[in-house]
Design a protein around this ligand. Structure first.
Ligand SMILES: *Cc1c(COP(=O)(O)O)cnc(C)c1O
Length: 356
């Protein structure tokens, strides 16, 4: 039921497992280190049926073969370990998730940083181009199809960190990328109660290499976490719809506010990223970025707000706000990433305006 053409998104995320008479709609978590041999599963580090149903669900949504990981960083680091050899060159976003840059900085590879909005360097001699669109926290967007074409012409592999967009917001493999990486800790699981991540590859052989690296490396997800994320996935369409509605209303309320500068949301027609985003994204999500005067202004905002939590994650039911400079992102002291939650739009806008 995952074909984009035939079914709507609500149907695609609800119907992710086949109907079997006498079985529950979605099977519960299977806790096993060892299995009776002779079936599909042998040992808990290699196989788990609860991973498998979620991998099939995510792979179906993204159009590739999915391998689940215990966090987004476990997914990214395993992909890099599989794809990169010592001395290879990797291009990473200079304005993307900071731990990705920290990770490659510690690897024996050449690192080239490029801003998500460009300009990009020549991809000659590059092994892997890792893109992040929309980027976290700046919400810039890059033209995935054009960059994938240029990278492929140079013989490079293209991976896209699709965390901010989710598989309902953007399909990087359909745009020409080879691999998707995602932190499902954010909107995919969506309830701020689980860490999880995945790699989806267009080439099943690459996916099997990543799976083998997971088995050997031993960084495996817990079945309970996979089950919780699968439960959350069923409402992704509903949650993203409310979050985007809230983000649009907040954008309108904030764009002329004297305390706010640098407001970004790719869904806004006046946003510099909107033209490219509208071409390649299926929906724009609930994450906005803006700048308040300084760290004190952010603290005062949070103290006055009743609904916005200070929290360094996003994509959950609760509206949350993160001042990114506190984590070392190269951004202004007062820059915040606000993740619109699923509260009532009127309540949220009123609370944010009151707090400002
Ligand atoms: C959070 C995040 C990650 C890391 O994911 P974890 O699940 O926290 O390990 C990677 N990329 C992006 C864009 C993120 O927002």
């Amino acid at each position: 039921m995952n074909d984009v053409g035939r079914w709507g998104d609500g149907t695609r995320v609800v119907h992710t497992t086949p109907a079997v008479a006498g079985e529950p709609f979605t099977a519960g978590p299977v806790f096993a280190s060892a299995y009776h041999l002779g079936g599909a599963d042998t040992y808990g580090r290699a196989h788990n049926p609860t991973w498998r149903v979620l991998e099939e669900a995510l792979g179906g949504l993204e159009g590739g073969t999915t391998v689940l990981f215990p966090s987004g960083m476990a997914a990214i680091s395993t992909l890099l370990r599989v794809v990169l050899a010592p001395g290879d060159t990797v291009v990473v976003p200079g304005d993307g998730y900071y731990l990705t840059r920290a990770l490659v900085a510690g690897m024996p590879v050449e690192v080239v940083e490029a801003p998500t909005a460009g300009p990009y360097p020549s991809f000659d001699g590059v092994r892997l181009v890792l893109l992040e669109s929309p980027s976290n926290p700046g919400l810039d967007v890059c033209d995935i199809a054009a960059l994938a074409e240029a990278a492929h012409a140079a013989g490079a592999l293209v991976a896209v960190d699709n965390t901010t967009a989710t598989p309902l917001g953007q399909l990087p493999l359909a745009l020409g990328a080879d691999v998707v990486v995602s932190s499902d800790t954010k909107a995919v699981a969506g309830h701020s109660d689980v860490l999880l991540g995945h790699v989806t590859a267009a080439d099943p052989e690459l996916a099997e290499e990543v799976r083998a690296a997971r088995t050997t490396g031993g960084a495996i997800p817990g079945p309970f976490e996979a089950w919780l994320a699968h439960r959350g996935l069923g409402t992704l369409d509903l949650r993203l719809a409310r979050q985007a509605e809230n983000a649009a209303a907040l954008y309108d309320a904030l764009k002329a506010h004297p305390a706010v500068t640098g407001l970004r949301w790719p869904g806004a027609p006046e946003d510099p990223a909107h033209a490219v985003a509208a071409r390649q994204m299926r929906r724009f999500g609930g994450v906005l970025t803006f700048v308040l005067a300084d760290a004190d202004a952010v603290a005062a905002f949070l103290a006055r707000s009743e609904l916005v939590y200070a929290s360094t994650s996003f994509g959950g039911l609760h509206t949350s706000l993160d001042r990114r400079a506190q984590w070392g992102d190269p951004v202004p002291e007062g820059l915040v990433r606000l993740s619109a939650g699923c509260e009532d739009t009127g309540d949220l806008v009123a609370d944010v305006l009151k707090a400002l």
